[in-house]
Design a binder for this molecule. Structure first.
Ligand SMILES: [Zn+2]
Ligand SMILES: [Zn+2]
Length: 146
């Protein structure tokens, strides 16, 4: 999917939900859509300031919060950074395969993992609020280059 298609999808969903994709939010969206790996809030701010020199950290954090609420972006907790979601369903737990060599992040959507988490949590009578899975390792491309 091209960035334009993703953006069109996002705009359509925002319209349906009565949410507003402001210019700052749209720009942060594009920056994330352009990246294979994750981007930190500080790098996003620097990029945003090229277009809007008045942009401040709260601008970025509000934009990221909005994009996460809409389910367009996931936070990569282990890198304290953000990545574009590859399917804009409503809230779903992020399952990420993170390559430590090239920084590429693939999102997987495994209902098997989800079901297993529910099963194990139930066993421990634990309520999961934030079922993010981040698997660090080496992607297919990088392991072939070795
Ligand atoms: Zn996702
Ligand atoms: Zn890799």
């Amino acid at each position: 999917m091209t960035i334009e298609q993703k953006l069109a999808d996002a705009k359509h969903l925002c319209d349906q939900r009565g949410a507003r994709l402001t210019p700052a939010r749209e720009l942060v969206f594009k920056l994330l859509a352009n990246s294979d790996g994750s981007i930190g809030a500080y790098d996003l701010l620097q990029e945003l300031q090229k277009v809007d020199p008045k942009a401040k950290p709260p601008t970025i954090y509000r934009a990221l919060e909005f994009l996460m609420e809409q389910g367009f972006v996931h936070k990569v907790e282990s890198e304290n950074a953000f990545v574009m979601c590859n399917h804009f369903h409503d809230h779903h737990p992020a399952q990420l395969l993170i390559c430590d060599t090239c920084g590429d992040i693939q999102e997987i959507d495994s209902t098997k993992i989800e079901a297993k988490i529910d099963e194990v949590a139930a066993e421990y009578e634990f309520s999961v609020i934030h079922p993010t899975i981040e698997l660090h390792g080496c992607c297919k491309k990088c392991s072939k280059e070795d």
